[in-house]
Design a binder for this molecule. Structure first.
Ligand code: ATP
Ligand code: MG
Length: 198
């Protein structure tokens, strides 16, 4: 378990038990409980968590990955900007196929923060290869602040974005998360007023 957690490279350990569903009412606790059975992994289903900053996308993604690890599956976490850097390095070293194989073999691949940074042609291509390889075999959990319509901009290519989404969404569950940022709520509780743009 420890070895698998280390390999998963989770940025921090957040459990679903620590998630306040009373605060985040746009996510159904029942659907998350169903996901916690990890049947989605056996079915090769993907999970997409969409929404603005601070609504709990990363928390849920990590919590689900932790439960998968707990049940004996392998998982791997990467932020999209790190993935883009990894692709560049792999290209310089001529090891892109090794990177694609590595990221294709985990039962669960978490791609966090899709959309904060645009993908260049190389990383968009390698991501497409990974998604194609994993299609109907492994599960991918993606978090994004962008709606599907805006994904063309992330990849700089509408055709590629459509092909990626077509594969991702074929067997998938999407959570459209809404509401206030939990980070702001904690700040307000501590008496720090948010800066309001004028
Ligand atoms: N409903 C919740 N219950 C408990 N903690 C929460 C909840 N929502 C968010 N948090 C906590 O608030 C912080 C921000 O949440 P998180 O990182 O998951 O947001 P995010 O949606 O991924 O935002 P971003 O788009 O900026 O990455 C984390 O520490 C997380 O654990
Ligand atoms: Mg996040």
């Amino acid at each position: 378990m420890e070895r698998r957690i280390n390999k998963a490279k989770l940025p921090y350990l957040k459990r679903i038990e620590d998630f306040d569903f009373a605060f985040q009412t746009s996510v159904s606790e029942r659907r998350i409980k169903e996901i916690m059975t990890c049947r989605f992994i056996d079915n090769g289903d993907n999970i997409l968590l969409l929404g603005p900053p601070g609504v709990g996308k990363t928390h849920l993604a990590i919590g689900i990955a932790l439960e998968a690890l707990n049940k004996g599956y392998t998982a791997h976490y990467t932020r999209c900007d790190d993935f883009i850097t990894m692709c560049k390095k792999a290209d310089e070293r001529n090891t892109t196929s090794r990177l694609v194989n590595k990221l294709s073999k985990f039962n669960v691949l978490v791609l966090d923060e899709m959309g904060y940074f645009p993908f260049d042609e190389l990383s968009a291509n390698l991501l497409f290869q990974i998604i194609s390889k994993r299609y109907e075999e492994g599960s991918i959990i993606i978090t994004s602040n962008k709606s599907y319509i805006e994904w063309g901009k992330i990849f700089g290519d509408d055709v590629l974005a459509t092909a990626v989404l077509d594969r991702l969404l074929h067997h998938s569950t999407t959570f459209n998360m809404k509401g206030e940022s939990y980070r702001l709520k904690e700040k307000q509780k501590a008496g720090i007023q948010p800066i309001v743009a004028k």
